[in-house]
Design a protein around this ligand. Structure first.
Ligand code: ZN
Length: 278
């Protein structure tokens, strides 16, 4: 995907615009056909009186992507519905999902920074940055991105997987948590693992990262190796955690998630090492 972020429409833009229309956290999609599509220009015309905010997000293959928030009065036209982004996993293609996530984060940031957090004055959009500025005290606020560290703990031929109470029934995943101010990713991951399951880890290896728009996380995934300690689960955060043999795994998160990609890639690696040894 060759996406270019933009704040305004360039002079020569080609192709039909892409309309990402949100009502709250739900995206309007045309799901009348087999594949999920974005609504067309006609839908936008119908919604003219219900638009709360409108942003140019960027362009892809010459098509301008707009992020639009509409009020609750904007009823979906026939063949359309408002859907949560998670419900598009596996149904919409990756670039649509990624653009929808990006757009949602900008709209959500914009609507939650209408007033200055320092002096309470209504803020304005910055003229040449993706930011809002307070005309009174000049405070500038940028879209918020919260880094989340994720660690898959390896011990021999086993993986430590845990369940948070918010997970779908029976699903287990890697340990994850937000970075705190002043932490680097490595420190945050070791702290988070110690807090949630009580063990110490080492040999952290960066895997990959993923923007996760629920509502504005950046997931940064690592593998690491068990060093010491016994499992002590953090009440309220971890419902269950166990060492699973790589041949006997529980239900895992959705393939779209980096957690699943991390687990799958690690299994491939463990399998190849296992075979090399035997
Ligand atoms: Zn202010």
């Amino acid at each position: 995907m060759d996406f270019q972020p933009l704040l305004a429409v360039p002079e020569q833009s080609v192709g039909k615009p892409l309309w990402f229309i949100f009502q709250g956290s739900h995206l309007l999609v045309n799901n009348a056909g087999e594949s999920i599509k974005l609504p067309d220009d006609k839908t936008l015309e119908l919604f003219a009186n219900f638009i709360l905010r409108r942003h140019v997000i960027g362009q892809i293959e010459g098509r301008i992507c707009y992020g639009i928030e509409v009020s609750t009065e904007a009823l979906p036209p026939p063949g359309h519905s408002y859907v949560g982004l998670r419900s598009l996993f596996g149904r919409a293609d990756d670039s649509l999902l990624s653009l929808a996530g990006r757009t949602f984060q900008i709209i959500d940031w914009d609507r939650t920074h209408v007033y200055c957090g320092r002096c309470g004055t209504p803020t304005m959009l910055h003229s040449h940055e993706r930011a809002r500025i307070c005309p009174s005290c000049k405070l500038i606020v940028y879209p918020r991105i919260a880094p989340v560290v994720m660690g898959l703990i390896i011990r021999g031929q086993e993986l430590l997987l845990a369940r948070s109470p918010q997970f779908a029934p029976n699903v287990y995943s890697a340990i994850a948590g937000y970075c705190e101010p002043g932490e680097n990713l490595e420190v945050a991951l070791k702290r988070e693992i110690h807090e949630e399951v009580g063990v110490e880890v080492g040999n952290l290896q960066y895997f990959r990262s993923q923007s996760w728009p629920f509502p504005h996380s950046l997931m940064v995934a690592f593998t690491c190796h068990y060093q010491s300690g016994t499992l002590v689960l953090q009440p309220g955060e971890i419902e269950d955690a166990r060492w699973f043999s790589m041949n006997d795994l529980p239900l895992l998160p959705h393939p779209v998630s980096i957690a699943r990609q991390l687990i799958d890639a690690t299994l491939v690696l463990m399998n190849s090492r296992h075979h090399a040894l035997h």
